[in-house]
Each structure stands twice: as structure tokens, then as C-alpha cells.
Design a protein around this ligand. Structure first.
Ligand code: WT7
Length: 655
């Protein structure tokens, strides 16, 4: 007898929810409707709707230039400036509206109106010019979550310089790797930052990195620690505040950029291989980001959004900085971790700032689950209207917890699929428009076309898992510089495209399945695959089965190889109250065997307080595999929680 099961454990427990626009306070018909109606018939013309949300100095002549496909060029002939769009055009109507609310680790608060931003961005732009920076020069920024970070990014954009933000938690070596290929002309950092009560010396890390570069760079240093820490400024190093004072009141007009000019470089997250440089264009990127900020996150002037991502990742670029400011919204920026000074912090931030849109990761939500519902429930979260998640699959259980205990069954959740390379969200249900299916990210947005294909690039029907590809170009797509086109072509375009037929398919590197309604369920990265018994299994699929067991909050499945045989090994974290570990072990074994197959019954299950993860919250399978197979641990510079490695080895050897 065969029993019918949904294609994926994720989809079990899936309760579909319908939302009308009115149900969560949306009172306008956003641009998505226009674009959705047009997207089939009038492609690529429909993308003109996204471009029309921007102010252009020169309107574009062609929406899409396919001549150098797959290096598509969008809005060719157009010119615009990012800060004109993020700041200047709001001044007339809302110069005194708050653009940025910052909360520091030590309880400090700062607010910037759009007018304040305008003044400080102009001053920093003038200061950068004073240091010899011009259009097309690259400025590397190595700052934690301080207001000076978005301000410096915008200052670069104002004068046409290209920013290259490097996550401040990276060690000097990782910073050097991310600077070497971009040829920076200037550098911006700070003296330090606080971790809990101790000051960490950011400047020393920066100086170590600078010393190993071939040329010396003019450097701006933000004072975060205060005068008592007395940071020494070396040759060609300048204090940020002094520069802002010197250039106060400077009038720097925004430099119009070609739509196809680079706005910034950013490095991919490095979960698997070496980090690679990505580049995003000015016109296409901003069009995609502003359109999704409005249709997916429902941002309009005055909406308060808190996206917990670090600005050093694409999520922060698109939905902390550019998307919200383009929409005239209010950005909440929070320094430090969500658990400091205690587990009330996330909910206090929402309560205190009247956050309407909250955007975070499944990893963070699982942490909140581990802490328990008493934390969100002891705060007034009634300002929330819309919740979002990104970065990895969220199983229906985690979705339901988020929906019930954070959204109070009142707020729709958008599970947004995208990548550093895609620039903006490409697959997501639109709140108030599409129904929500927990565990599935949703249908592709209007104007986006996807296809699931097999190893040979053949189209697969609904219900059959395969590789997720994107069939048509989109405005905020990766826009590699000429020198990068060679590897970008090989990495993203060649696998499933037929150059002779001149059809190009973008290879996302993800595995996914589409249901009959066109909803996409992400199974995991192609490289997060384990082969057992000659069968390829997505780790996400196994983990979804494991986290369905009561008391389990997080899991990672890795393969253990011994004597030519591969078995499954599970690392799991438990809810705090969970005591009976053996019962949980048995339940995990049964759940995996039952939901995925008897041949996958885990051979070993170990419990750990945390999984090793990258700074952007992705489990580092590579390191777990090395623990399990007793190999040396190397290449861990993107690891957020290095302290867990020693513990993992001890736990593993004890079991
Ligand atoms: C990879 C991209 C740009 C977002 C932040 C991460 C995974 C992203 C989802 C989602 C399941 C997701 C994919 C993708 N991913 N969003 N909603 N559900 N998986 O950016 O570091 O470039 O990673 O994150 O595997 O390819 P990134």
C-alpha cells in the first residue's frame, strides 16, 4: 500500500489563509495591480511602472537592452541619482518627518529627519570630495549598525562614488579579501563598538587590514566609543565629526548617474565557497527595490519598518536603506544583538518605536521560540501590521508561531525569496493580494518568470522538485563589471541556457518545487544536499521533518562517512524546558524515517546549544561535516559564533 504524502514535509500542516487588502489596513491600490495586469501581455514594458516610481534626471530611451545578454541592461539612456530619490525629493513634503530612528546598545537614541539626513549626507559627500573622491571611485565602508553607515553610503551615491560595505564583524583577513578586488580609493570605519559592556577595538582590525594593502587609503573614523577611549588617528586619517563640522552646510548637488552605472559592490555571503564580488546598477536596482518595498512590504510615506538584517548584507542595503528611504518611510536601526540587554529587546524596540513592518529571519524566529512566548506577549505589539521573513525556508510550525505570538493572528506574513544577486525580492505572496501558504514562499512577483528544471535543463511539471531557474531578466538583477562577466556567466547562466537559441536562464542554485497554484516551496541550496543510498536529499527537507518534533527548535542534517558507508547525523537544539532527551531522540528518528524514508533514519543525534552559522544566519554545514568526519576545521572566517566549535567537538566525541 502506498500512502499519499505531500511532496514535502513542509507542506504538511499547511493552512492556507486569505487576506483582503482592508484586513491589514491597506487603503490604497498599490502599483502591483497595474503591473500584474500588464506583466503578461506587456513585458518588459510593465517594468516601466517600477521605473516611474523614481525621479529621473533624464528619462530612459529603452527599457531593456538585450544586446549583450545575459548581461542585460535596463533603462538605457536614463540618468538618475540615488540620494535625489532617497532624500531630496522628500524634502518639500516631509522634510521634518523622521527618516531614521537609531537605538544604541547602551540605551542611546538618535533620530534623523529627512532634512537632517540631507544636511549630514551633503557634508559627508563634500568631505569625501575633499579627500579626492570622485564619481566611479570605490569607497569601502566597515561600520557596525550606526547611523553613519547609511549616511556614508548615501554620501557616496550623492557624488557618484560606488560603495562597498563590508560587514563590521569580519576579521581583518576577511576584510582584506573583500577590499582587494574592488580597488578602493577611500575607507570609512569607526574606533570601536560595544559588546555587552566591553569596548571592541574596530580600528585595530581596520588598521591591520589597511597595513596589508598595497596602497594607503584616506580613512574616515567615526567616534563610537567617546572621547575617553582616545583613539589615535594616523596619517591621512580623519575624524568623522570634525569633517561634518568643517563641511556643515555644504551644498553638494546629486550627480546624475547613468541607469547602468554601478551603485555599489557587495560580496556574496560565502556559505559554501569563497565570497565573490557582486555589483548592482543604479537604475535597475533602485527600480526593483522601490517597487518591492511598496508591493511586498507595503511601505508608503511615514510607515515605520524594522528590518533586523545587518546593513552589510544585501537585505540591509535593500530594505534597511534604499527601499524604505525611496518610499519616504521611517527606518528603525538597532545596534547590537537582539538578546541584549535581555530577551525583551526585540519587543521593546517594536513597542517603543511603533514598528509597523517587521522583517527578520527564520533563525531569529526560532530563537524567539526557544525563549518562549512570554516575551512577546508581555509587550504591546499592536502597531505591527505586516511581518516578513527571509534567508532560509521557514517551516509551517515556525510560521504559525510567528503568526500567532508576534503577529497576534492579525498580520499577514510575507516569506520573501531572493538573493544577493537578485537585488530585490522576486518570489513572495503580496499581502492583501495573494493568499498565504505557510512554508511556501509564494508565487513569483508579476513580471518575474520562473521554471523548475531537472539536471539536464528540462522543464518539470508542478509537484516535481528540481532546480529553480529564472526565465526572464529583471531590473535589479546582478550587473557585473566587465572583468567579472566571465565567472558570472559560468556560475549563473551557462548551466541551463542554450546560447544558440539565445534563451538565457538564470540558475539560482536553489532546489524547489511548485504546486498547482504556482506557489514555490524552497527545498534548500543545491549544495545543501546529502546523498544517502544513492538518493539526493535536501537538508532542508530532512530538517523540516526533525523540527516538527515537539521541543526541537533547530536542526542540521549532515552526512557521516565511514568505511564507504554514509549515514545521517543530526545536530539539534532544544527548547529550554525540554528535559527528556532520549524521548526526543526517538521521536526524531521516527519522524525522519516516517516523513522522508526509513533509509534516512539518523544514525546519530546530538544536542547542542547552538548551530554554527554565518553572520547572515545560515548554518555552516561544511564545519559540521568536518566535526562529524574528524577533519580539521578550516575557513571559518564567516562564522558568527566561533566559540561553539570547541563545544561541538566535545559533545560529538562524548556521544
Ligand atoms: C539564498 C540567498 C537576499 C536574502 C538574504 C540572503 C536562501 C533566501 C529564502 C526564503 C527559503 C531562502 C536561498 C537563496 N533564501 N530567501 N524566503 N526561503 N530560502 O541572501 O545570502 O544571497 O542567500 O538564501 O537559498 O538562494 P543570500
Amino acid at each position: 500500500m502506498t500512502e499519499e504524502r505531500p511532496a514535502y514535509p513542509f507542506l504538511e500542516n499547511q493552512t492556507v489563509r486569505r487576506w483582503t487588502p482592508q484586513a491589514f489596513g491597506r487603503d490604497r491600490t498599490p502599483t502591483d495591480l497595474a503591473a500584474s495586469n500588464r506583466s503578461d501581455r506587456e513585458w518588459p514594458a510593465c517594468w516601466g511602472d517600477a521605473a516611474s516610481l523614481l525621479e529621473w534626471s533624464d528619462t530612459y530611451e529603452r527599457i531593456l537592452d538585450e544586446e549583450h545578454a545575459p548581461f542585460y541592461r535596463w533603462f538605457v539612456g536614463g540618468r538618475l541619482n540615488a540620494t535625489e530619490n532617497c532624500i531630496d525629493r522628500h524634502l518639500e513634503e516631509r522634510k521634518n518627518q523622521v527618516a531614521l530612528r537609531w537605538e544604541g546598545k547602551r540605551g542611546e537614541r538618535r533620530t534623523y529627519t529627512y532634512y537632517d539626513l540631507h544636511r549630514e549626507v551633503s557634508a559627508v559627500a563634500a568631505a569625501l570630495r575633499g579627500l579626492g573622491i570622485e564619481a566611479d571611485d570605490v569607497v569601502t565602508i566597515y561600520l557596525p549598525k550606526l547611523p553613519e553607515l547609511p549616511i556614508t553610503m548615501l554620501a557616496c551615491a550623492r557624488i557618484g562614488a560606488v560603495h562597498n560595505v563590508v560587514f563590521a564583524g569580519f576579521a581583518p583577513d576577511a576584510l582584506v579579501k573583500r577590499m582587494q578586488r574592488v580597488d578602493s580609493s577611500a575607507f570609512v570605519t569607526c574606533d570601536g563598538s560595544f559588546r555587552e559592556e566591553t569596548a571592541i577595538d574596530q580600528k585595530r582590525k581596520a588598521d591591520t587590514a589597511l597595513a596589508s594593502l598595497e596602497k594607503s587609503l584616506p580613512t574616515i573614523v567615526v567616534d563610537r566609543l567617546g572621547a575617553s577611549h582616545g583613539t589615535h588617528l594616523g596619517t591621512d586619517q580623519y575624524d568623522y565629526n570634525e569633517l561634518v563640522e568643517t563641511y556643515a552646510g555644504a551644498d553638494v548637488s546629486p550627480v546624475p548617474r547613468k541607469a547602468t552605472d554601478p551603485l555599489f559592490h557587495i560580496h556574496t555571503s560565502g556559505t559554501t565557497g569563497n565570497p565573490q564580488r557582486m555589483t548592482h546598477s543604479t537604475g535597475g536596482y533602485l527600480a526593483g527595490v522601490t517597487w518591492t518595498a511598496q508591493t511586498v512590504f507595503d511601505l508608503s510615506p511615514g510607515t515605520t519598518i524594522w528590518c533586523t538584517a545587518d546593513i552589510g548584507w544585501i537585505t540591509g542595503h535593500s530594505y534597511v536603506v534604499y527601499g524604505p528611504l525611496l518610499s519616504g518611510a521611517t527606518v528603525v536601526l538597532v545596534e547590537g544583538s537582539l538578546r541584549y540587554p535581555d530577551r525583551h529587546r526585540p519587543w521593546e524596540v517594536i513597542e517603543r518605536n511603533g514598528v509597523e513592518v517587521f522583517y527578520t529571519t527564520p533563525g531569529a524566529i526560532r530563537t524567539f521560540m526557544k525563549w518562549g512566548k512570554s516575551f512577546p506577549s508581555s509587550h504591546d505589539l499592536s502597531s505591527l501590521r505586516l511581518l516578513g521573513t527571509v534567508g532560509e525556508p521557514i517551516g509551517p510550525n515556525t510560521w504559525e508561531w510567528y503568526y500567532t505570538h508576534v503577529g497576534e493572528e492579525r498580520c499577514p506574513i510575507v516569506d520573501t525569496w531572493w538573493q544577493t544577486e537578485t537585488g530585490c525580492v522576486l518570489i513572495s505572496a503580496r499581502p492583501g493580494v495573494d493568499e498565504l501558504k505557510p512554508g511556501s514562499v509564494g508565487p513569483p512577483l508579476p513580471g518575474i518568470e520562473i521554471q523548475i528544471v531537472d539536471e539536464d535543463g528540462r522543464d518539470l511539471p508542478p509537484g516535481e522538485p528540481g532546480y529553480l531557474t529564472i526565465d526572464r531578466p529583471w531590473p535589479s538583477m546582478l550587473a557585473p563589471l566587465e572583468g567579472d562577466q566571465y565567472w558570472v556567466l559560468a556560475e549563473y547562466w551557462q548551466a541551463f541556457s542554450d546560447p544558440r537559441a539565445e534563451t538565457w536562464r538564470y540558475f539560482t542554485g536553489d532546489r524547489a518545487v511548485v504546486d498547482d497554484d504556482g506557489y514555490v516551496t524552497i527545498i534548500g541550496r543545491d549544495d545543501d544536499v546529502i546523498t544517502i543510498d544513492n538518493r539526493r536529499l535536501g537538508t532542508a527537507e530532512l530538517e523540516a521533518a526533525i523540527t516538527m518534533v515537539d521541543g526541537v527548535t533547530e536542526a542540521a542534517a549532515v552526512a557521516e562517512s565511514a568505511a564507504g558507508e554514509t549515514t545521517l547525523c543530526v545536530f539539534a537544539t532544544l527548547e529550554q524546558e525540554q528535559r527528556d532527551r532520549n524521548a526526543v531522540r526517538d521521536a526524531i528518528r521516527d519522524a525522519v524515517a516516517e516523513r522522508v524514508g526509513e533509509f534516512t533514519r539518523p544514525a546519530s543525534i546530538v544536542f547542542t546549544p547552538e548551530l554554527p552559522e554565518t553572520y547572515s544566519g545560515k548554518t555552516m554545514y561544511r564545519l559540521l561535516e568536518r566535526v562529524v568526519n574528524g577533519r580539521p576545521l578550516t575557513d571559518s572566517d564567516t562564522l558568527r559564533n566561533p566559540e561553539i566549535l570547541g563545544e561541538l567537538i566535545t559533545i560529538w566525541n562524548r556521544e
